[in-house]
Design a protein around this ligand. Structure first.
Ligand SMILES: [Zn+2]
Length: 139
């Protein structure tokens, strides 16, 4: 997940520069001591909150302005975040009930950071056409 976020971060930074914008790097916040489960739940909550509010506003604003490029980029990032939420939720279930949930991994596109489920994925990345054989697999 961190690898996917890093790839998306670099791509967003490059896109903002190409579009003539100024990239403001994120602010590092101190990380509180917590269990892995608590960190996962924090990530899920933050991604869900971002999905429900900021991303929706950004996509709708870009569509209203006729900027389909930005709308498409934001939609791709949102789709990847939604898949990340599902994979982290599944990982939490596996941690709580190791016998009850099948262990499945995921794969990350090295070019755009798209996340695909290991159980069902397309032949090429639907965002950038990278072959699935080039994806990094995490189990
Ligand atoms: Zn890709």
């Amino acid at each position: 997940m961190a690898f996917a976020e890093e790839v998306k971060y670099e791509n967003c930074k490059d896109a903002i520069g190409i579009l003539g914008g100024v990239f403001d790097p994120p602010i590092d916040l101190p990380v509180k001591t917590a269990s892995v489960e608590e960190h996962f739940q924090t990530i899920i909550n933050e991604k869900q909150r971002y999905h429900d509010t900021k991303v929706r506003e950004c996509i709708e604003g870009a569509i209203d302005e006729g900027n389909r490029f930005v709308a498409r980029m934001m939609t791709w990032c949102d789709a990847s975040d939604v898949k990340a939420i599902l994979i982290i939720q599944r990982t939490l279930c596996q941690m709580e009930q190791p016998e009850g949930v099948a262990t499945l991994g995921y794969r990350v596109c090295p070019r755009c950071g798209n996340i695909d489920d290991e159980a069902l994925h397309s032949l090429y990345c639907p965002h950038c056409m990278t072959q699935q054989s080039d994806f990094l697999i995490f189990e």
